[in-house]
Design a protein around this ligand. Structure first.
Ligand code: GDP
Length: 420
């Protein structure tokens, strides 16, 4: 399994459109549910004379875990296609899904957008598509779900497809890079096998589409960036910052710098999965030790990079944002909290520079007095404490952020320019 290329997959879409059911179906069809667990249930269900019980079991299990609040376990479910192994990057319906998606805690390479055939484009469909666009998800697979509910009607499918295409055009998502598939996650149509109920459709199944996705290219050539999650003291080693390598390569002997704390030195050891390794690359979770760097010199939210190309620290930065929800309006002076990689820093809206037309991306208004939910805008933000962040065009992995206030994600953004 590990020798196949890995893909991080997000499942997005409006609540109740069938995201969890699709996840359950994908796990089930790819044999990713342990056999002994299915066996256990098979006997029980047989004694009760039920059919279709294996899939129902997967769904029960997902629902149960969700109720127990241990959704994070499901988030790391894996399944295989012939070419790739997939990790579902976050659990549908998870409270912090949107935030996690933005801050990179669960950065997805690709996404499946689930749209129920009997409901069409709904508010969260819109919101998630905006996000996927802002965060640079390249390809979308659009699953028009619950086709059984509309009697597998081609007309209903076409109607929903048209609605979604309009939405994609609005946010300038290249709809050539979007594949539409009519499915029933519940009944299993067009998931692993072409559906006999929809012979009018001759496109690929969901699993075929997943298998046909382009391979993600790991950003090994970009400069090293490791956002720090925690800093430990380990006896015999000393101070051990831990984090995930987002871009570039971390090697022993490298001279590194932690910003904004502005401490650094030579990398002595790198540990991954409890083993010492000479180097680590994108996606690797590491703990490492740096000569001369003590526990109080660095902190969570720092970013580690090469001493000769250290992470940028923003005095102010300009960003393109999409306001997803806000009870009133946003004006200059507003100071919510920005979540970017592992950092959380209060930032003041210094100026609202441009309001953009979400349909064309063109400037709709210079220096607007306010922006509100549904608006896209270019703004200048001033962190109230030093914040390390990068222009999205240079290091995309360190260039997106969520704006949070009162426990909610207000907006998503990507950094255009950093003024150091
Ligand atoms: P989520 O909120 O997007 O994760 O949606 P769920 O997967 O929890 O599904 C919401 C409801 O729709 C549940 O009652 C599912 O059983 C039902 N559902 C999901 N997919 C299908 C489908 O393909 N056909 C039918 N008839 N019902 C479905």
């Amino acid at each position: 399994m590990a020798d196949k290329p890995h893909q991080n997959l997000a499942i997005i879409g409006h609540v109740d459109h069938g995201k969890s059911t699709l996840v359950g179906r994908l796990l089930f069809e790819t044999g990713s549910v342990p056999e002994h667990i299915i066996e256990q249930h098979r006997e029980e269900a047989a004694s009760k004379g039920k059919s279709g019980f294996e899939f129902a079991y997967v769904m029960d299990n997902l629902a149960e875990e969700r109720e127990r609040g241990v959704t994070i376990d499901i988030a790391h479910q894996r399944f295989d296609t012939e070419k790739y192994y997939f990790t579902i990057v976050d659990t549908p319906g998870h409270r912090d899904f949107v935030k996690n998606m933005i801050t990179g805690a669960s950065q997805a390479d690709h996404a499946i957008l689930v749209v129920a055939a009997d409901d069409g484009v709904a508010p969260q469909t819109r919101e998630h598509v905006f996000l996927a666009r802002t965060l640079g998800i390249e390809e979308l697979i659009i699953a028009v779900n619950k086709m059984d509910v509309v009697d597998y009607s081609e007309d209903s499918y076409k109607q929903v497809k048209e609605e979604v295409q309009q939405l994609l055009q609005q946010v300038r998502f290249n709809s050539d890079d979007a594949g539409f598939i009519p499915i029933s996650a519940f009944e299993g149509d067009n998931i692993a096998e072409p559906s006999e109920n929809m012979t009018w459709f001759d496109g690929p199944t969901v699993l075929e589409s997943l298998n046909n996705l382009p391979e993600p290219s790991p950003p090994t050539d970009a400069p090293l960036r490791v956002p720090i999650q925690d800093v430990y003291t380990i006896s015999g080693i000393g101070t051990v910052p831990v984090g995930r390598v987002e871009t570039g390569m971390l090697r022993t002997g490298d001279n590194v710098r932690f910003m904004p704390s502005d401490a650094g030195g030579e990398v002595k050891t790198i540990e991954m999965h409890h083993e010492e390794v000479p180097e680590a690359g994108p996606g690797d979770n590491v703990g490492f030790n740096v000569r001369g760097v003590g526990k109080d010199d660095i902190r969570r939210g720092d970013v580690c990079g090469p001493a000769d190309d250290p992470p940028s620290v923003a005095k102010t930065f300009t960003a393109q944002i999409v306001v997803m929800q806000h009870p009133s309006v946003i004006t200059a002076g507003y100071t919510p909290v920005i979540h970017a990689h592992t950092a959380q820093v209060a930032c003041t809206f210094e100026s609202l520079d441009q309001k953009l037309d979400p349909a064309s991306g063109e400037v709709a208004e210079e220096e607007p007095d306010f922006i509100k939910a549904g608006d896209a805008a270019v703004v200048t933000l001033r962190p109230q404490k030093p914040l390390s962040i990068e222009p999205s065009s240079e290091i995309a992995e360190l260039g997106s952020f969520a704006i949070r206030d009162m426990g909610q994600t207000i907006a998503a953004g990507k950094v255009l320019e950093v003024n150091e």
